[in-house]
Design a binder for this molecule. Sequence first.
Ligand code: ZN
Length: 325
Amino acid sequence: MTTEGSTTAAPGWMGAEMAALRTAYQSNHLSHGLLIHEAPGAGGNWLAKWIAALVMCQNVAEAPCGRCPGCHRVATSQHPDLLVLQPEEESTQIKIEQIRALSEELGLTAHQGNYKVAVITPADTLNRFAANALLKTLEEPPARTLLMLVVTQPSRLPATILSRCQKVRIRAPARQEAVAWLQATRGPANWDVVLDTLGEAPMLAAEVDPKALMDIGSEVRRALDDAVAGRGDPVTTADRWSRSDLPLRLRCIENWLTDQIRAHSGSDSSFTKLGAGAHPPRGTPVLNMGYLFELMDAVRELKSSLDAPINKGLALEAVLRRFAR
Ligand SMILES: [Zn+2]
């Protein structure tokens, strides 16, 4: 979780959810288990931190006030009663030992005599054993405990966990809203192009260097256009990409595919044959729709196996070769 979260401008696209959560808290109806289901990069961690400040703020009537010591400690990630659980370094999963330690900690009295808050993020990285262990805490939480699970793919969690949490959905904001927020938070830049590259993921966009990202985005687009046209060298490209900014590049590839699929839907859907050698103008679909979806699956599969001990260069090379079918 980033520490700047709570000090940035409030994301307007979560306004309704924030108001509802505040009302629930002030009328004592806040559930002890919240499942924050976010569109990727739409701000699940930001909202979790805001909710932590809501329940730890010392000015209940205007919580989170942003001025009291409680709010300040949450904003700087130094609140002793705010626990954040993530996969440990070098790991892709949250393990049972971490959940056991968390449950033990939650069982102790709050340092500040108020709420104890745990944020599990991304909660879809809980492995099966950890999820089972968490279930016990969700079923019988100690008093004044708030557990928040931040996920992009709730279907990866057991139904028993899902059914014990109140769901909060964060959708991706409209483009205009995302750009306005990025400008207020990060200052002027060509945020439209950044979002074209990353997708509608403003919180992710806020963490990147717009210039560097745009360079990566245009490099990926150029390489894919080349690959489709039978040019370029997948071996060298895959080798280099697998060693620098690979997740970002895969995201760019997904966006390239999405653009192609969109262009297809907009055209008279007669499938265009792959033109050998001819370099098509940007936005003209050259791969047929079914094949584009196959490629999308291949890219997503690679994305989800990034943390597995596989040879990423070889795996990426195999995917890139399929663009030049
Ligand atoms: Zn406060």
